[in-house]
Design a protein. Structure first.
Length: 345
């Protein structure tokens, strides 16, 4: 009986770093009995760039059509998955995308049934992070990718009931267990992976095969969080609706500067609001620890210096560094265009 592992996770739970690791080590993973199924182009991830995993299109095609992230491909990605599972000789297949956290029961049940008809059982591994940090990450993503112009406290207070329900991890874990069946769900606390000698990749492989191969190394950050100054710049830029390339330049320059620790915490929410969020989800998190994470808990709230984006005075040197990064990137792109035009001439 084959197993197909489905990797899902809440935002900023190391998915990008893990997906780069999986794409870059597909052959060694095959030797360890794991097939990171080649159902999409993995070239960007192999270069260390942000992707939606090998199942970004597949997972989005399984979303409710009313979901803003849903795509329709007439079932092509779904059929490609089933074909890849049939063709694979490895005992474990693996697909990864954050969007799997949002797929509904009907779509999952169809997948489970179709895999079962091929002699394959579906299992899900689900990474979660303390709710205040997930919301801060969601806010940063809204600013980076969706032209959001409000402040963090506005974003948190605007969270609708559907998204709030996704933060009740114990309920979500019970839901996953009901869909996939007892024994077919692994829930992992993202913050705890920091203690693993090989980081999130080591923790992940421990769950899949019961051990971490000797060649696995800790993974660097891939999808960095913007600094407060960069956020303030993006908030101003979002009035003009920049292309995604704008925030990509910021992220790339941040990586080049080595300013992107994988397990960074951020305090751009008022401390009282962070503490309120932790208190609001405390009972849910206790049940999660008791039933799904073998007693592993989120770290307690530790007050960091609060950065109020509304009143933040941007340091001149930091602003110059940000602008210099943009100018160098633009110069390099212009040089590439000039060289291309010269060759054509």
């Amino acid at each position: 009986m084959k197993t197909l592992w489905i990797h899902a996770g809440m935002p900023k739970c190391g998915s990008s770093a893990l997906q780069v690791f999986l794409a870059r080590h597909r052959q060694p993973l095959l030797s360890a009995g794991i097939d990171y199924l080649p159902i999409s182009d993995l070239s960007r991830a192999r270069k260390g760039q942000i992707t939606s995993g090998n199942a970004g299109l597949l997972s989005r095609s399984l979303l409710d059509p009313a979901d803003a992230a849903a795509v329709s491909d007439d079932g092509a990605a779904y059929q490609a998955l089933l074909a890849a599972v049939r063709a694979s000789k490895a005992p474990r297949g693996l697909i990864s995308s954050e969007f799997f956290a949002y797929v509904g029961r009907e779509a999952y049940q169809r997948l489970i049934d179709d895999l079962g008809a091929q002699g394959c059982v579906a299992k899900l591994i689900y990474y979660v992070r303390r709710q205040d940090q997930v919301l801060i990450s969601g806010y940063m993503q809204a600013v980076k990718r969706h032209h959001y112009t409000g402040y963090p406290e506005d974003f948190v207070r605007d969270i609708d009931q559907h998204n709030a329900a996704l933060l009740r991890y114990d309920d979500r874990a019970r839901w996953f267990e009901a869909v996939f069946g007892a024994g077919n769900l692994a829930v992992r606390v993202y913050e705890a992976t920091q203690r693993h000698p090989q980081g999130i990749a080591g923790d992940f492989l421990d769950q899949l095969i019961g051990q971490c191969p000797h060649w696995v190394k800790p993974q660097p950050a891939v999808n960095p969080s913007p600094s407060p100054a960069e956020l303030k710049l993006m908030l101003a830029a979002n009035q003009y609706r920049p292309r995604m390339r704008f925030s990509d330049i910021l992220a790339a320059n941040r990586l080049r500067a080595g300013q992107s620790p994988l397990y960074a915490s951020h305090q751009i929410l008022p401390p009282a609001l962070s503490q309120q969020l932790i208190d609001d989800f405390a009972e849910h998190n206790q049940r999660l620890a008791a039933h799904y994470t073998h007693g592993e808990r989120f770290p307690p709230y530790q007050a960091l210096p609060y950065i109020d984006l509304k009143t933040l005075a941007v340091d001149t040197d930091e602003l110059m560094a940000i602008l210099a990064g943009f100018l160098v990137d633009f110069d390099q792109r212009l040089a590439t265009l000039e060289q291309s035009a010269t060759k054509r001439a």
